[in-house]
Structures are given as C-alpha cells and as structure tokens.
Ligand binder design. Structure first.
Ligand code: NAI
Length: 351
C-alpha cells in the first residue's frame, strides 16, 4: 500500500493505522493539516471497504476535502478523516467504538472525531467514554446543511437563470435528512419538484406531502429540469450521465458528486453551472462548529434557526465568491473553489 506516492496524497501531515484484534477494529485516521491551530476535524466513516487500498484512498481524499471546507468557512481547525473498515450494521460494537476512542485519544487532540456515513451521534457518545476529542454527540447537522444547500442553489439559479425559485423545476435525488428538508424549502418557495428515493415508501410519502412528481431513481438525473439536486450518494455524475443531463444547474448536498474531478470541465462545456459539493454543503460544518460552545450538557439539540439562516447566508456568499472567481479566471467553479481552498490552507500553514 503506497502512501507518499499515492495519487490522493497531498502532503497530509499524518496518516495513522490503528488495529485492535479483540474488538476487530481496523482504522485509518488521515490528518491533512492541523496548521496553525494544532487540531483537525472530520467525520468517521465506517464502510465494508473491499481492500485496505480503497480505505486509504477514501481517508486521504476525504481528509483533504475537509481541509478545503474548514478553510473556506474560516473555521479554526484543519481537515481530517477516520475510516473504519467494517460493516456498521454487523461489526459496530461498544468494544470497537471504545478501541476507536482510544485511537483518537492517542492523537492527543490533534484530531476531533465526528459522525459520518456508518456512524451516529450515539456512537460518538460511546467513543466519548474514552476520549474528550469528540464532536457531534448531540447534533444532527442535516438542518444547517439543507439550509446552506438551499441558499447555494438559489445563488446558482439567480446567476444562471436570472430568476428566483418560484416555478423553477428541480429534480431532487435522495429524500433523506438533507434531501427531504431541501425539498420542503424549495416547495415553500414555489419550486416545481420531481423527486425520487430508493426507499419507495419514503419517496411516495414526500411526493404526496409536497405535491411533487415521483419518478424512479434510474431516471432522476436526466429529467428535463432547471436544477438537478443530488442529495443521495457520491459519484452521481460520470461521463455517460454528464452527456445525458438535461438541466442547467447542478446543486445538491451529496459529497463527491463528480466521479472524476475533470468532469467539472465537461459541465462547463455543456453550459451547466455546477455548485461544487464541498462548498454548497458547508452549512453542516459551520453549524456543527457551534456545538462546542453550546452543547456540553444538552441531550437533545434544538437548532437556533436564526443562526442557521445566518450560516446559510454565509454559504450563499461563499458560493457567490466561487462563481465570481470562476468567471474572472475562466475556469470551472470546481477549479475556482479548489484554488481558493488551497490558498487559504497555504496561508494557514504559514501562520
Ligand atoms: P441520508 O442517509 O439521510 O439520506 C440519503 C437518502 O438517499 C436516503 O433516503 C437513501 O434511501 C437515498 N438514496 C441512496 N441512494 C439513492 C439512489 N441511488 N437514488 C435515490 N435515492 C438514494 O443522508 P443525508 O444526511 O440526507 O445526506 C445526503 C448526502 O449529503 C450524502 O451524500 C451526504 O454525504 C451529504 N452530506 C450530508 C451532510 C449532513 O449534514 N447530513 C453534510 C454534508 C454532506
């Protein structure tokens, strides 16, 4: 397993492997940067990776993206990611989570763990029994994520279509915590919705509640709409899907929407405005950063919606900055966003 020559390696500050035979823990914690704060943050993904190589790739890539997000949002931490190799439904036990807590603790505050795919706030509470370096014990970050996506989507529509959201046609893929809320916000603004989810009952229920048109998951990306909003999993846009898209804006919450970053240029060529995923879904990170100050003793978190609205405005403003830069430098929004993030990280490293 190569590290320093790995295509996803980007001068990561520290990459650690952790093993605990008794509980079955096998984990990688990749810290992209802690500079200049001495700490980093990022979720813990538990996934049945087919190989160590796949797990390493995910850890390196996701840690770098966390650095991008935290730097763009001007939050005082670098980016990191923990990946645990295993099936969260079968292998996740208190013993494994305790072993993971000990691993996090061994990093002595250089990494603060939070939930991600395959882990939950309940898991964070168990990990917290072994280390204080835990965030996300109480927070479901999907409301601020959804509000931020909504704000970013509105900015993208205004820029490309010179209009507000009333009557805009949006295809929402995935109606989970973020997608459903986004659909509700869009419906309240008078958008016309086409929705789908692989969970048919959920899709039917949301479609009925919001008066949306329901389609099957295989056709959502190719609907004739103004906006395609991917809010399910990553790698949604590959070369064949790009060729088949019939929207003018892609703006949704899913991480790693482009199967290959080079497809960002293909979107520009097709005159489709793409809101880079790690920018438009920043609301959750910004919102979760409030947890430390507010939540030490809370068992249930109630979001301060005024604050959520302010954070969403920030996402909209950051998105505007990205689109402005893309125009100025005649590059895709993806390239513009990566440039801004890298500059911010380099400046932090010099501090
Ligand atoms: P979730 O797990 O609550 O919802 C995902 C939904 O997508 C589920 O209802 C699932 O059935 C559906 N789905 C999965 N594959 C599908 C497919 N092929 N076609 C249609 N539907 C499909 O997840 P959540 O929290 O709503 O997140 C959605 C996306 O946003 C994920 O990619 C996540 O990584 C990203 N994200 C979420 C944040 C958060 O705060 N929850 C923050 C930043 C990004």
């Amino acid at each position: 397993m190569a590290l320093f020559d790995h295509p996803e390696f980007d001068d990561h500050e520290q990459v650690s492997l952790f093993s605990d035979e008794a509980s079955g823990l096998r984990a990688i914690i990749a810290i992209h940067t802690t500079a200049p704060f001495g700490t980093s943050g990022g979720g813990c993904r538990m996934w049945p990776y087919a190989s160590d190589e796949e797990a390493l790739r995910d850890a390196l890539r996701l840690a770098r993206h966390m650095s991008y997000k935290l730097a763009l949002a001007e939050l005082p931490a670098g980016g990191a990611k923990a990946v645990v190799i295993g099936d969260s439904r079968r292998d996740k036990t208190p013993a494994l989570l305790h072993a993971l807590g000990r691993a996090v603790h061994a990093l002595n505050g250089r990494y603060i763990i939070a939930e991600d795919v395959g882990t939950t706030p309940d898991d964070m509470r168990i990990i917290h029994e072994k280390t204080p370096y835990v965030s996300g014990r109480h927070v479901d970050s999907s409301p601020p994520t959804a509000h931020g996506v909504f704000a970013g989507l509105r900015v993208a529509v205004a820029r490309r279509l010179q209009r507000d959201l009333k009557g805009v046609r949006v295809a929402v893929q995935g109606l989970g915590n973020v997608g459903r809320r986004l659909a509700e916000l869009l419906a309240a603004e008078g958008a016309e919705l086409i929705v789908t989810d692989i969970d048919e009952a959920r899709a039917r229920e949301v479609a009925q509640a919001l008066g949306a048109q329901l389609v099957t998951p295989d056709v959502i990306a190719t609907q004739d709409v103004d906006v395609f909003a991917p809010c399910a999993l990553g790698d949604v846009i590959d070369a064949p899907t790009l060729a088949a898209l019939r929207c003018t804006v892609v703006a949704g919450s899913a991480n790693n929407q482009l199967a290959d970053e080079a497809l960002a240029d293909g979107l520009v060529e097709r005159n489709i405005l793409y809101a880079p995923d790690f920018v438009i879904n920043l609301g959750g990170v910004i919102g979760a950063a409030h947890e430390g100050v507010q939540l030490e003793d809370a068992s249930d978190y109630v979001w301060d919606m005024e604050r959520v609205a302010k954070d969403a405005e920030r996402v909209g403003a950051i998105m505007t900055g990205v689109f402005d830069r893309a125009e100025r430098e005649a590059v895709s929004p993806q390239v513009a966003a990566v440039r801004s993030a890298k500059e911010a990280i380099a400046a932090r490293r010099k501090m």
